[in-house]
Design a protein around this ligand. Structure first.
Ligand code: MG
Length: 391
């Protein structure tokens, strides 16, 4: 089944009192038309999207859809919506799609699920439209006075896109080209086609008034992923060399003619990383969480400290985006152990290895690291925390 989408954007209505037709009005910087086109073109079931425009709007159209791929050349519409739909359908006839979606450009919030509901209903009808029940009581009035209450049972509000078997709706539009209808389902009904209702979507609004623009912005904000609070923390640590045959750096035992002195395993790399992560969430430093005079931490493996800091981040609903560690010493040579160290830190933090950076450098024989008295490490951790509002 091939499904093509037709977007009607040839209206000239400037109901929002401005120089720009409403389908080109920006919603968070993006024209309504572009929102509609993107939603259709990105849908897995839609093979091709074509837009019907006014000739006078060509420039605006080109700007609105700039660098969108898979879009065919626009079709020029007519003065009436119905004529524009017919022009569009005639232009698609060469491609002979099985089904077509006809959509008003000023409805920017058509959902993936809505389109699937419409396509599904074409199994049992010639056409399908999204609709919502009327829940307000309806009045007929004249000159500000109520004439009658209109029974609302069986009344529905029709939306777009509307889906049809292509041949059937093209023929219906040709036959009823001179009838004045406000949607394509009305043409289908006039032609005796069957039209099914599927559940519409309250967010699938038509942007017509200034109040609609405000509502559209509200809907857009509710669809946007929650803003992030990006934090960066720094950590620094030094351990002095003493007697021993190996040093432990980033969880990896590295043979050397000295060891590192410290209360725990003296893993200078993991200590700097732990302080960076704690710093990013404002949770003090490693000494507050694991006091050096507490016998529990004597000779402790430092992965416990870093794992604890990562757990505090998760408890705040956050995640670590990246860590970057610089190790500073003349010896031992750390470069050959870099891959193993990255793999171990990634494992402790439950991160992909490409989110862990470990570098080694010397200080050109200057200072305490240059004299071979110990190893220094400095770390940066970048975190994403849920945004908890203004600072
Ligand atoms: Mg330390």
């Amino acid at each position: 089944m091939s499904l093509h989408a037709l977007v009607l954007a040839a209206g000239s209505a400037r109901r929002l009192a401005g120089p720009v037709p409403k389908q080109y009005l920006p919603l968070a910087g993006k024209p309504l038309l572009r929102c509609s086109v993107e939603a259709l073109a990105a849908h897995p079931a839609v093979c091709q999207t074509t837009v019907v425009i006014r000739d006078a709007d060509r420039e605006m159209y080109n700007r609105a859809v700039a660098d969108l791929e898979d879009l065919t050349s626009p079709i020029i519409g007519g003065d009436e919506r119905q004529r524009s739909a017919l022009n569009g359908l005639e232009a698609l006839a060469a491609a002979a799609p099985d089904q077509v979606l006809i959509h008003d450009a000023a409805r920017p919030f058509l959902s993936v699920a809505l389109i699937y509901r419409l396509i599904g209903a074409l199994d049992r009808a010639d056409g399908a439209i999204p609709a919502l029940p009327v829940t307000d009581t309806l009045k007929r009035s004249h000159d500000g006075a109520v004439l009658a209450t209109v029974p609302r049972a069986d009344l529905w509000r029709a939306q777009t896109p509307q889906a049809f078997r292509f041949d059937a709706i093209l023929e219906a539009h040709r036959v009823h080209a001179d009838a004045k209808m406000t949607d394509d389902a009305a043409i289908a009904e006039a032609a005796g086609l069957s039209v099914a209702l599927v559940a519409g979507d309250e967010d699938n609004i038509k942007v017509t008034t200034a109040a609609d623009v405000a509502r559209a912005e509200h809907i857009l904000a509710s669809q946007r992923p929650a803003p992030l609070d990006v934090r960066v923390g720094g950590g620094f640590d030094v351990h002095r060399f003493g007697p021993g045959q190996r040093v432990t750096v980033c969880g990896i035992a590295i043979p050397h003619d000295r060891g590192l002195i410290g209360h725990s395993d003296a893993d200078v790399g993991l200590h700097a990383l732990t302080d960076a992560v704690l710093g990013a969430i404002g949770a003090g430093d490693i000494g507050q969480h694991f006091p050096p005079d507490d016998p529990r931490w004597a000779d402790a493996s430092s992965d416990h400290f870093l794992g604890h800091a990562a757990r505090l981040v998760r408890e705040r609903g956050g995640r670590i985006a990246h860590v970057d560690l610089t190790l500073i010493c003349e010896a031992p040579r750390l470069g050959p152990h870099r891959a193993a160290m990255i793999a171990r830190v990634a494992e402790i933090l439950a991160l992909r290895p490409d989110r862990v950076s470990i570098k080694a450098t010397t200080t050109e024989r200057l200072g305490f690291t240059g004299r071979g008295e110990g190893i220094a490490a400095q770390a940066l951790a970048t975190l994403h925390l849920p945004d908890d509002g203004p600072a």
